[in-house]
Structure formats: C-alpha cells, structure tokens
Design a protein around this ligand. Structure first.
Ligand code: AMP
Ligand code: TRP
Length: 328
C-alpha cells in the first residue's frame, strides 16, 4: 500500500514565473494527493552562480511561500529548504566520487550556463547535476516532475544510481522524469524561440507569479507574434503557439475548442483575453501568498517542520549508504 514517492526541486535564483508554474509547480499540486511528496527549495544549487546574500535569503522565502500559495499542502507534502538538511551535500560528495567527469561534460545546461557566466564558471556549476542526483536519490524517489529542460539531469541521475548499485549493491531506486505533455517548455513572451526564464535582463519576457494585473497586461500586449492573422496551434509560429498554449493550460480547454473560440478573433483579442485569464488564474495564489507571509513566523515554522521530516528520512538513508561503501 506504500505510495510512490515524488521529489522535485526549484531554485531561488529569482521570482517564479509562469514557466515554472505550468511546467512544474502546478503539476506538483495536482499530483500530491496520489503520491508521497518532497518539494525542495534548492538554495545550494542556486549559489552555483553568485547571489547577493540578502537577496538570496529573501528569494528562498518567496519561493517557499509561493509553493504553499500555489496549493502544496503540508498534510500531503514535505516542503523544505535544501541547505537545512545536510545529507544532500554529504551524498553529493559520495556521488562525486563515482561519477565520471565525461558524463558531466555532456550536460547541455552546463554548456549554456557556462556560456552565460564565462568569466566565472564555478566548479559547483559543473557539479550541479550530481547534487541534483543526491537530492533525488536520498528519498528513494520514483518520479521527478520537472520541465523539459531537466530531462537530461534526471537521466544522468539514473545512470549514477545504476553505477552505484552495480558497485555496492542495491541501494538506490531508479527515478523517472515526469514531463507534462503540454507546458513542459513555456517560451518567452518577447523571445518565443527561447524558454521563459528567470534571467533579469529580460524582465518583459516572463510573467512572474506575483506580477500585478497591469504588468501582466502590458507584458502580454508586447508579446512577439507574427504577420499572419490566423490563430491556431502551429509550432512553426512560436509566438502565437506559446500564447495559445498558456491559454489552453490555464483554462483547461482542448486545443480544438481554443482554436474554434478564437477563429474569428484578432491577435489583439487573443492578447486581451489571455491577459484576463492569467490575472484571474494568479489572483487566488497572490491572495494566499499575502496572507501566508503576512503572519509573522508562519512560513518559517512550516519550513522548520519540513526540514525535520526530510532530515529523518535522509539521515537514515545516508547511514545505509555509508555502511555499503565501507565508511562505517
Ligand atoms: P528552475 O527555476 O530552473 O529551478 O526550474 C524549476 C522547475 O521549473 C523545473 O522543473 C524546470 O524544468 C521548470 N521550468 C523552468 N522554466 C520552464 C519553462 N520555461 N517552461 C516549463 N518549465 C520550466
Ligand atoms: N535543476 C533543477 C532546475 O533548475 C532544480 C533541481 C534541483 C531539481 N534538484 C532537483 C529538480 C531534484 C528535480 C529534482 O529546475
């Protein structure tokens, strides 16, 4: 009767955006009743690129608060901050010792990120996927719900687990990525050729979960479209395709009914209606976030409880791993 375990993580490198929500967090909320869940704000991953300490502290709380505001419930899910549970770093070291460098050289996210941060690429950034593997493997995870960009990291995690099991005996459960059929890659508004991301230079590219209604309207108004007039799903027209996909996901309608609905409408209508749908969808989340963070100490005490629950699982697992390796 044991439920299968879900683990996922989210960085605190900035505010959460609609891509994080549609690609990951909204699925965590939906899946949580069926599984045994661990959701982690991965602050140790976040510092693989320099963060100003005060901002980092605030961002960790904001991201955690948004998870609860989005509907993650303490009764069903363990929500905690990665650095509060030391076992993550300890297991990462052990996994470092069995992971071939060549495997990490193949990671496309490292290639992209190291191009962006050329002048100071840390060892931590290179090692990032190994820490991610430690996160997942500590909890005997079956399923990892993530956006498409994380598929390669979850596959690497499986490879590391298999290599460990081969050397030391059956210790780790082999996890699988769960990537939503729609929404696994929400694109940027101004640059729909690229995924929506937290990067600060392109603030109009992303809709943040805490954006007020007028910001949402103005960002969607500026979204890149094309010179055709036809409103239908078409991957060769990334701008319109992305706006329709966001609309589809937030309204829960079928593709066909979305296309029928907009058949005689203009791009301007689509943008105006989409803006209202986004505003209405985020409103309850924004209200809950305000309540939750308004009460002093409330969020912190939830995170403290989360860390205790996570630690009691992780610590036991870590002891078993130490014994298998011969460190105990
Ligand atoms: P991050 O913000 O990089 O920690 O990502 C947190 C989660 O959101 C991960 O599961 C990502 O795969 C997912 N995610 C990030 N950006 C997008 C996007 N543009 N579309 C869909 N999912 C995304
Ligand atoms: N690398 C993930 C991202 O940027 C975040 C993450 C860290 C994660 N540890 C994880 C996701 C474990 C899933 C499971 O999105």
């Amino acid at each position: 009767m044991d439920k299968k375990r879900v683990f996922s993580g989210i960085q605190a490198s900035g505010s959460l955006h609609l891509g994080n929500y549609l690609g990951a967090v909204s699925n965590w909320v939906k899946m949580q009743e069926e599984y045994d869940n661990y959701f982690c704000v991965v602050d140790l991953h976040t510092i693989t690129v320099y963060q100003e300490p005060k901002q980092l502290r605030a961002a960790v709380r904001e991201v955690a608060g948004l998870l609860f505001a989005a509907g993650i419930r303490e009764e069903r899910s363990v929500v905690y901050v990665q650095s509060h549970v030391r076992a993550h770093s300890e297991l990462a070291w052990i996994l470092n010792c069995i992971t071939p460098m060549g495997w990490l050289h193949r990671m496309t996210q490292f290639k992209e990120k190291s191009d962006q941060h050329k002048e100071e690429v840390s060892v931590g950034l290179f090692d990032y996927p190994v820490l991610q593997a430690a996160d997942i493997l500590l909890y005997d995870t079956h399923l990892v719900p993530v956006g498409e960009d994380q598929k390669q990291h979850v596959e690497l995690c499986r490879d590391i687990a298999q290599r460990f099991n081969f050397r030391y005996g059956d210790v780790f459960t082999l996890p699988e990525a769960f990537i939503p059929p729609v929404g696994g890659r929400v694109m940027g508004l101004t640059n729909p050729e690229k995924k929506m991301s937290k990067s600060e230079e392109k603030l109009d590219d992303a809709i943040f979960l805490l954006d007020p209604p007028d910001r949402i309207r103005s960002k969607i108004k500026k979204a890149t479209t094309d010179s055709l007039k036809e409103i239908r799903f078409d991957e060769s027209r990334p701008g319109i395709n992305n706006l329709l996909t966001i609309y589809q996901l937030l309204t829960g309608k079928e593709k066909e009914s979305v296309e029928n609905y907009f058949a005689d409408k203009s791009y301007k209508d689509l943008k105006e209606e989409l803006a209202e749908v986004v505003i209405e969808s985020l409103k309850p989340l924004q209200e809950r976030y305000k309540e939750l963070t308004g009460e002093k100490g409330y969020l912190d005490s939830m995170l403290e409880r989360g860390a205790e629950r996570a630690e009691s699982y992780a610590e036991r697992k870590l002891q078993k791993i130490y014994r298998k390796i011969g460190l105990r």
